[in-house]
Design a protein around this ligand. Structure first.
Ligand code: 13P
Length: 242
């Protein structure tokens, strides 16, 4: 049985005040569902402190592939573990497209996170052009295989994988439940028997209104929520549906 996970990626939003309000409104977590939030780096300590007595996990949106040293502006995985993070997102499409992260760099970040005992949430997803050209499954396989080749199948299966079609992120266009399920099924096939218990999240314009249909799919085990996770009531509704 896979335990659903609902993750809120706050991206580059917030202030001390709005973060305090958002955290105060987060749902009480039910025993059978995992919930995690991903604030901007500088607010992680504030959120960890506010959630100290809660089952809600906290993670970072990015991590350096380097362990330590002269890497100005970077944050290492052991620093995240040191302050109490449990998860880290790697390979988000915004990192890949806006900051030029390659499949290899994503794989290195995945390994850095795993080495420190953080649970990586590995993001994969195709652009609209790639979907229209029928390349969706090939793109997902390439992104996944780069990490499997570097980190090993077992490590990838022990992590969380998020399928986020780039064209559905922040656009209000969700993949239909069938489109999402098709890709999730393909990912599950690629992982084979080792991946039976791997949690596969869907991300891309998830809201309370479309979450139930997505969660009803056999290979969708939760969501990576962007915009809707900035509204605690909406995020709470999504968590209830998981
Ligand atoms: P939206 O839910 O805002 O589309 O963002 C999805 C996402 O990128 C989560 O990581």
């Amino acid at each position: 049985m896979r335990r659903p996970l609902v993750a809120g990626n706050w991206k580059m939003h917030g202030s001390r005040e709005s973060v305090a309000a958002l955290v105060a409104g987060l749902p009480q977590v039910r025993l059978e569902v995992d919930v995690a939030v991903f604030p901007p780096y500088v607010y992680i300590p504030q959120v960890l402190e506010a959630l100290a007595d809660s089952a809600i996990g906290v993670g970072a949106q990015n991590v350096s592939e380097q362990r330590q040293g002269a890497y100005t502006g970077e944050i290492a995985a052991d620093m995240l573990r040191d302050i109490g993070c449990r998860y880290v997102i790697v390979g988000h499409s915004e990192r890949r497209s806006l900051y030029g992260e390659s499949d290899q760099q994503v794989a290195d970040k995945f390994i850095a996170a795993g080495t420190e005992g953080l649970i990586p949430i590995l993001c994969v997803g195709e652009t609209l052009v790639q979907r229209e050209q029928g390349e969706t499954l090939a793109v997902i396989a390439r992104q996944l295989d780069a990490v499997i080749a570097a980190a090993g199948l077992e490590a990838v299966c022990a992590a969380v994988i998020a399928y986020e079609p780039v064209w559905a992120i922040g656009t209000g266009k969700t993949a239909t439940a069938e489109q999402a399920q098709q890709v999730h099924w393909a990912i599950r096939q690629r992982l084979g028997a080792t991946g039976e218990n791997t949690r596969l999240l869907y991300g891309g314009s998830v809201k309370a209104a479309n979450a139930a249909e997505l969660f009803a799919q056999p290979d969708i085990d939760g969501a990576l929520v962007g915009g809707a996770s900035l509204d605690s009531a909406e995020f709470g509704e999504i968590c209830k549906l998981a």
